[in-house]
Design a binder for this molecule. Structure first.
Ligand code: EPZ
Length: 430
């Protein structure tokens, strides 16, 4: 099994190029099947989740041409099946976007129940409520969600919780339903806006994405397009916190600073210096980190996908910090691993009480999920001595070339296959 071998202690310094947003790429790739014409999608991150989605599309007859590592042309004129099932697709969360896309275009979809990181119960009731409101019959049987409609009709839908996935799925179906749909209490994340822009570039009529009321006038058909995905807010935020955690100086390039405001605000609060330009943000951590309080919230609040990274930083700050996780109930699993590295953190329900320590020390740890995995790597890069991070397949779901980008910032990190390789790494680094 692949692992990261890490020797910590170097401040990370330099520039890093941020790739396309995974959580925008996933719905956009799925929504490409909503037209029979060809769609070119650029700036796709080359990560496991996007590749699993593209492979699943090929299995139902979608033609995929890889133009280069980050660009694909997708043509769905020969789709021969509305059933998306398989070992890999069952493991990812975004499989649910096939329900919206297939239901919109073919009024029929049968898709494996979503998997994804084990960070909480991750209900799909709001997706189902939306599909039903738009005229679909939905049942769950034999591990599949089956949605079928004679006609899809616009509706007024009030979301009981702010859900990224449900907002996106309802938007997809409503884009091709008869009449107007209004989604109230919609998610406002940048990737919701990106999907709306993508669908509009295919001829959809969606207004208000990025606010909590989205209005969609259904159209009969969509056409081909060429579209580039927005930069990844969370990849950028992870590298920004890498600067804070390792006391470094990192410029994240190719970003939209507006999307990073809640992250930037917390970094300033804990004592980092920030320089912003049109498409880059520099984070310098020259002073000791200060404690703070943070609560994860839907956008524009502080993202749950950045909660482990900020906790890793706060655990190295002076004083006591409080971190409250309000989106997913099971997102503190990495804390036990961090404690093995010397952190002083107590979790009570959805709150972590973080007492700052002067340093981490290296340990063997394993990644419990994608973002926590990345955060633990950052902890290991700050730690004194060697660490081994296992289960890095989680990290590969969502970070392209993570260790290579870290290496380019001066990190001593390598991908290894065994305990023996770990020994070789130690001998090499010395
Ligand atoms: C998306 O998950 C992201 N995944 C997650 O990123 C991210 O953490 C999350 O949004 C929040 O920003 C993808 O985009 C593929 P939600 P999603 O529906 O859509 C509850 C990462 O690391 N809920 O916004 O599944 C739910 O339980 C991942 O990249 C319902 O109750 O999240 C949660 O408490 C992990 N009923 C809250 O809403 C529903 O029908 C927000 O979930 C749907 C959600």
């Amino acid at each position: 099994m692949e692992q990261y071998a890490i020797k910590g202690g170097n401040p990370l310094v330099g520039e890093v190029e941020i790739g396309g947003a995974k959580n925008a790429a996933l719905p956009i790739i799925a929504a490409s099947i909503m037209t029979d014409e060809s769609v070119q999608v650029d700036n796709i991150p080359d990560v496991r989740d996007t590749n699993v989605l593209l492979d699943a599309m090929q299995e139902i007859g979608v033609m995929i041409k890889r133009n280069n590592r980050h660009s694909v042309s997708i043509n769905a004129s020969q789709v021969h099946d509305y059933v998306v099932d398989g070992d890999n697709i069952r493991k990812i969360r975004a499989s649910y976007y096939f329900i919206g896309a297939l239901l919109a275009k073919y009024k029929n979809a049968e898709v494996a129940l979503p998997g994804g990181c084990d960070i909480g119960c991750r209900a799909i009731d709001q997706h189902i409520k939306g599909f039903r409101a738009l005229g679909a019959e939905v049942v769950i049987e034999y591990g599949l969600i089956k949605a079928h409609a004679e006609r899809l009709r616009g509706s007024h839908i009030y979301m009981d919780v702010v859900s990224v996935g449900a907002t996106i799925n309802i938007m997809m179906v409503a884009a091709m339903a008869e009449g107007t749909t209004i989604i109230e209490n919609a998610a406002k994340e940048p990737h919701v806006v990106d999907l709306a822009n993508f669908l509009n570039s295919m001829g959809a009529n969606i207004k208000g994405a990025g606010t909590d009321v989205i209005r969609i006038k259904g159209v009969h058909s969509l056409h081909g397009t060429e579209y580039a995905i927005i930069p990844d807010q969370i990849e950028a935020g992870t590298f920004m916190f890498a600067a804070a955690i390792t006391k470094g100086d990192i410029t994240v390039k190719n970003v939209i600073p507006k999307h990073l405001e809640s992250i930037t605000a917390k970094l300033l609060e804990i004592g980092c210096e920030i320089e912003e330009s049109d498409d880059a943000v520099r984070v310098v951590a020259a002073k000791p980190l200060r404690h703070t309080q943070v609560k994860t919230l839907p956008y524009p609040g502080f993202p749950t996908d950045m909660q482990p990274q900020i906790t890793v930083a706060l655990a190295l700050s002076t004083g006591t910090s409080i971190v409250t996780e309000s989106i997913f109930e099971n997102r503190f699993k990495y804390v036990d691993e961090l404690i093995r590295m010397g952190a002083n953190i107590k979790v009570e329900g959805n709150t972590a009480i973080v007492n700052g320590v002067a340093k981490y020390t290296g340990a063997s740890i394993s990644a419990p999920d994608l973002r926590a995995g990345a955060a633990l790597v950052l902890a290991a890069l700050a730690a004194e001595g060697y660490s081994c991070v296992e289960d890095i397949h989680y990290i590969q779901r969502g970070y392209e070339d993570f260790h290579l980008k870290l290496q380019s910032l001066g990190a001593q990190i390598e991908k290894v296959d065994s305990g023996r390789d770990m020994q070789k790494f130690k001998l090499k680094i010395g």
